[in-house]
Design a protein around this ligand. Structure first.
Ligand SMILES: [Zn+2]
Length: 343
């Protein structure tokens, strides 16, 4: 009834969501990284009426030549073969089932489609809600629950399209060693990781800063266990955001793991969903300043289903720029669906 200015003037975006039932077909048995994570997220998004009215961006599996911008073709071929023969364990943590490579390639393809949509203005914000996660996968091997490095493939795709400055912010509780490896020698990607330390995979010391042209374009902030929302926002305000703004990214990617949540069984941090909302809003601000608001987030870790779902919601509403709905969205039951129809 009332006349409202366009969403953009309100600072609102309709973040495109990249979801598929194929992501549930990566079968890890009773592993903490299982399809129930996506079920919990989807249930929360449905309950809070957060699925409707979003850009519908089609996506398909990334072909091998796109994956090969990051990954060794021999690794890709070997992983396909391993999966086709029934799979097994790549290492003590990393399961491969017959459908795992299809799921991982589709996740990478979703990231590519999200980047294309952002660059073409069809959806300036995207959130890839896929599994397996990606940030531990190095150019030459899968590890740490990850097969293909989804965020890295997306960044490489953006570079291939001619962008010369891509920022990746990785707040998963574990260090994003695979992403770091992929871009350690380039000044075209600024990789910033905040993570618990010591912790798997053991990399991510502050002294790891890149080499050659990439010197200074890797920024690691290891934190001791127990860091809370205030500690994280302080690191962002004092260290990560100044570096990000100096870099002037043309596209911003987030490796959004939620295993730094206080309730997570694998991490020992004390971040809450409100903290993730704060971090997202800060990253969005960098994108608004330098990158025409273009942000693509990627689900990485997060192993307490309820905490994961709440954190995804908190991140999504921040990507949407819809702070008013946060209180409703985070309300534990009945979700505020009656009061949210304000757009
Ligand atoms: Zn993690």
């Amino acid at each position: 009834m009332t006349t409202r200015p366009p969403d953009r003037q309100l600072g609102r975006e309709r973040t495109a969501l990249f979801r598929s039932l194929t992501f549930r077909e990566h079968d890890t048995g009773g592993h903490p990284e299982n399809a129930g994570r996506l079920v919990a997220i989807d249930t929360a998004l449905e309950r809070l009426d957060l699925l409707e009215g979003r850009p519908d961006i089609p996506f398909s599996a990334a072909p091998d030549e796109v994956l090969a911008r990051v990954h060794d073709p021999r690794y890709i071929a070997g992983l396909r073969e391993f999966s086709m023969q029934g799979g097994g364990w790549l290492d003590a943590d990393t399961a491969v089932s017959p459908r795992s490579v299809d799921a991982a390639a589709l996740a990478a393809g979703a990231g590519v489609a999200a980047v294309d949509a952002a660059l073409e203005g069809r959806a300036r914000r995207g959130f890839v809600l896929a599994r397996p996660p990606g940030h531990h996968a190095t150019p030459s091997r899968g590890m740490g629950f990850c097969l293909f490095n989804t965020a890295a493939v997306a960044a490489a795709h953006a570079l291939d399209r001619g962008l010369d400055r891509v920022l990746i912010v990785d707040w998963d509780v574990h260090h994003g060693n695979g992403t770091q490896d992929a871009f350690y020698q380039t000044d075209q990607v600024l990789f910033c990781s905040i993570h618990q330390w010591p912790l798997y995979p053991g990399t991510g010391a502050a002294s790891e800063r890149g080499t050659g042209r990439g010197a200074g374009y890797t920024l690691n902030v290891p934190l001791p266990p127990g860091a809370n929302d205030d500690a994280y926002t302080e690191v962002f305000d004092q260290i990560i955001l100044p570096a990000a703004n100096a870099f002037r990214p043309r596209l911003v990617l987030i490796s959004a793991g939620f295993d730094a949540h206080a309730n997570d069984p694998l991490g020992s941090m004390q971040v809450t969903e409100l903290g993730f909302n704060d971090l997202t809003r800060r990253v969005v601000q960098v994108a608004e300043e330098h990158a025409d608001g273009r942000v693509v987030a990627f689900l990485e870790g997060g192993y307490d289903p309820a905490a994961l779902a709440a954190s995804v919601v908190a991140t999504l509403v921040a990507l949407d720029g819809d702070g008013a709905s946060l209180a409703n969205a985070l309300r534990p039951e009945d979700g505020g669906t009656e009061t949210r129809h304000d757009e």
